[in-house]
Ligand binder design. Structure first.
Ligand SMILES: [Zn+2]
Length: 151
């Protein structure tokens, strides 16, 4: 597997574990060229999940989108790659559970799940995500969200 740090395709697997639901394998890898450690996921291809957006449009669930938005909202928050990987994997697991046998989920269910997971990790990242996702219209809404953390 290609090393995200140096691009070399020369690594060894340190550890292999299956995720909670057993639908994916998680592998810790070490690049033999530069020593960088990273995690890969290999999953069984299954029926794609349909996301129902607020305006009624349908979209295929895309985990990359979640990864991108989580990277943005955790930027410079000193959250380890390990924690971020775990967060992404937890969100994906929950999306699958919520989507259930119908393979359908609404975009707000996904948003709320991300918020739920973020709330236990980092308050700033939570508020960043919430401010985009819930599109706060004013400062009061924003403050109300921050105050939830002081309880
Ligand atoms: Zn490397």
């Amino acid at each position: 597997m290609k090393c995200p740090a140096c691009g070399a395709d020369n690594d060894k697997v340190l550890e292999t574990r299956s995720t909670n639901s057993g639908s994916a394998m998680r592998r810790r890898r070490e690049c033999l060229e530069c020593g960088y450690r990273f995690t890969s996921y290999e999953r069984v291809e299954d029926k794609p999940i349909t996301v129902i957006k607020k305006n009624g449009n349908l979209q295929i669930f895309d985990s990359d989108k979640i990864q991108r938005s989580l990277r943005i909202c955790t930027d410079k928050r000193n959250i380890s790659q390990e924690t971020l990987d775990q967060l992404i994997s937890n969100v994906e697991e929950q999306v699958k559970i919520i989507a259930g046998p119908r393979h359908e989920i609404t975009s707000s269910q996904i948003g709320e799940e991300i918020l739920r997971q973020l709330s236990s990790i980092d308050a700033v990242a939570y508020v960043r995500f919430a401010s985009v996702y819930r599109s706060f219209n004013n400062v009061e809404q924003f403050i109300a969200e921050i105050e939830k953390f002081q309880n």
